[in-house]
Design a protein around this ligand. Structure first.
Ligand SMILES: [Zn+2]
Length: 86
């Protein structure tokens, strides 16, 4: 009986360790989520492409790296390639 209980405690201990891992992982996930670009497919990986409109304004087009769909137009402040050009 004691042997069974000891095994149970060991398993609970492992679950607690797993939960701690999840807690440590979560802040990073939240940081990624705070990035305003997220594809409806759930991917936060995207590529940026600079496009100049006919009125001369520059827009940053973001495309999902997972499904290849257009996600949204990005503001210059959010764009990585615009930051690199400064
Ligand atoms: Zn996608």
């Amino acid at each position: 009986m004691d042997c069974v209980r000891g095994h149970f405690i060991l398993e609970v201990d492992m679950i607690i360790k797993d939960l701690r891992k999840i807690k440590i992982d979560n802040p990073n996930k939240h940081q990624k989520k705070s990035s305003s670009v997220e594809c409806p497919c759930g991917s936060v990986e995207y590529k940026e492409k600079k496009e100049t409109f006919s009125n001369g304004t520059i827009h940053i087009r973001t495309t999902c790296l997972q499904c290849g769909k257009f996600i949204k137009w990005l503001s210059h402040a959010e764009s990585k390639i615009m930051k690199n050009e400064k």
